[in-house]
Design a protein around this ligand. Structure first.
Ligand code: PHE
Length: 340
C-alpha cells in the first residue's frame, strides 16, 4: 500500500510537468476522477487491517490533497499563460494608419440652388415648388400661349398624353400660386424643366430654372430691376450690372431678356461673352393682364413682375464651368472640385 501511494505520487510528479490546460483537466480525471488512480486506492483500503486503516487513510488523503493542490496550481499557471497569449494576440496597434472614409458632398447645382434660395429668402421671398409633370393648361394656356401660338414651337417638348407634358419652364408655377394665394405674393420656385433640345455646351434636354413672382399694388418695372440687380450682386459680386433688353414672352408685357455684365472680362468683351460684354441669364417682365385675369386677379388693382433664370447658367457663370453637360456626367474629377 505504502509503495502504491509512493508510486502514484511519483507518477503524478512526472506527468504534471509542462502540461496545457486541456491536458491538466485530463490529468485531474486520470488521478481524481471516479475511476481515477486515487479512487482505486480507496478500494484497496478495504483490504487493509483495521489498525492500519487510520494510518493509510491519512496517507491517501494527503496524496489526494497533494494532487489537488498540484493540479490547481498548474491550472492557474496555464490559465495565466493563456490569458497573456490572448492579450498579446489581440493587441491593437494605435499607431497604424486609420481607414479613410470617403464622404460625399452636395452637387454644385444643389449648392447654387441653396445659395439662390438664401438670397431670396433674405429679401422676403417664400420658396415654392410645382409639379414637373404639368398640364398643358398651366404650361401654356394660362400663360397666354393658346394652342395655335407660335411661341409653343420654341418649346417643343415631351408630351405624356395630349394634355400632359414635362414642363418646359417653371412659369406654370406662377399660375398655380396665383390660383391658390391672394396677393401680396412674393415667391421663388426652382426646379427641373424639359425641352427637346439637342445637347451642346449650353443646351441639355433637362435643365433647372429659378422662377420669381411678385404681385402687389403699385409694383413697377423698377422693382423688377432692383430685385434682379440685388440678386446678381449677391450671387456674382458687387461690381456686376444687370441689363434689360426688350424681348417677347406671351405672359409678360413689357418683356425683357436679362443679362449680367460679363464676370470674366468685366464687360470689355471676351470669348465667354462672345465679345458682347454681357451674359444672358433668362427672361423677365411685368405679368401680362391676361394672365392675371386667368386666375381671377383684377389687373386694374394689382400688378406684378416675373422672371425665369437658368440655374445651370448661373452656376456656370459663377464657377466658370465651360460646358452644361458637365453637370450631368457625374465625373468625380469635376464633382470633387466643388465638394462643399
Ligand atoms: N419662362 C421663360 C422661359 O423659359 C422665362 C421667363 C420667366 C420670362 C418669367 C418672363 C417671365 O424662357
Amino acid at each position: 500500500m505504502e509503495d502504491k501511494i509512493k508510486q502514484i505520487k511519483e507518477e503524478f510528479k512526472e506527468k504534471i510537468k509542462n502540461k496545457s490546460l486541456k491536458e491538466l483537466k485530463e490529468l485531474e480525471i486520470y488521478f481524481l476522477g471516479r475511476k481515477g488512480k486515487v479512487s482505486i486506492l480507496f478500494q484497496f483500503f478495504k483490504t487493509v487491517p483495521k489498525e492500519r486503516r487510520k494510518h493509510f487513510g491519512a496517507k491517501i488523503n494527503e496524496l489526494k490533497s497533494f494532487i489537488e493542490k498540484g493540479i490547481s496550481t498548474e491550472i492557474q499557471r496555464a490559465e495565466s499563460i493563456e490569458a497573456s497569449r490572448k492579450l498579446e494576440e489581440e493587441k491593437i496597434d494605435v499607431t497604424l494608419p486609420g481607414i479613410k472614409l470617403h464622404t460625399g458632398g452636395l452637387h454644385i447645382l444643389s449648392q447654387t440652388i441653396s445659395r439662390a434660395e438664401d438670397i431670396f429668402l433674405s429679401m422676403g421671398f417664400d420658396v415654392m415648388v410645382g409639379p414637373e409633370i404639368e398640364e398643358d393648361y398651366y404650361n401654356f394656356e394660362a400663360l397666354n400661349i393658346p394652342e395655335f401660338h407660335p411661341a409653343r414651337a420654341m418649346q417643343d417638348t415631351f408630351y405624356l398624353s395630349k394634355k400632359i407634358l414635362l414642363r418646359t419652364q417653371t412659369s406654370p408655377i406662377q399660375v398655380r400660386i396665383m390660383e391658390k394665394y391672394k396677393p401680396p405674393i412674393r415667391i421663388i420656385a426652382m426646379g427641373r424643366c424639359y425641352r427637346k433640345d439637342a445637347p451642346d455646351s449650353s443646351h441639355f434636354p433637362v435643365f433647372h430654372q429659378i422662377e420669381g413672382l411678385v404681385i402687389d399694388k403699385k409694383v413697377t418695372f423698377a422693382n423688377l430691376k432692383g430685385t434682379l440687380s440685388l440678386f446678381a450682386k449677391r450671387m456674382f459680386g458687387e461690381e456686376v450690372k444687370v441689363r434689360f433688353t426688350p424681348s417677347y414672352f406671351p405672359f409678360v408685357e413689357p418683356g425683357a431678356e436679362t443679362s449680367i455684365s460679363c464676370v470674366i472680362c468685366g464687360g470689355k468683351g471676351c470669348s465667354v461673352c462672345k465679345n458682347t460684354g454681357w451674359l444672358e441669364m433668362g427672361g423677365s417682365g411685368m405679368v401680362h393682364p391676361n394672365v392675371l385675369k386667368n386666375v381671377g386677379i383684377d389687373p386694374e388693382i394689382y400688378q406684378g413682375f416675373a422672371f425665369g433664370w437658368g440655374m445651370e447658367r448661373i452656376a456656370m457663370v459663377k464657377h466658370k464651368i465651360p460646358d452644361i453637360r458637365m453637370f450631368y456626367q457625374n465625373d468625380l474629377r469635376f464633382l470633387k472640385q466643388f465638394k462643399g
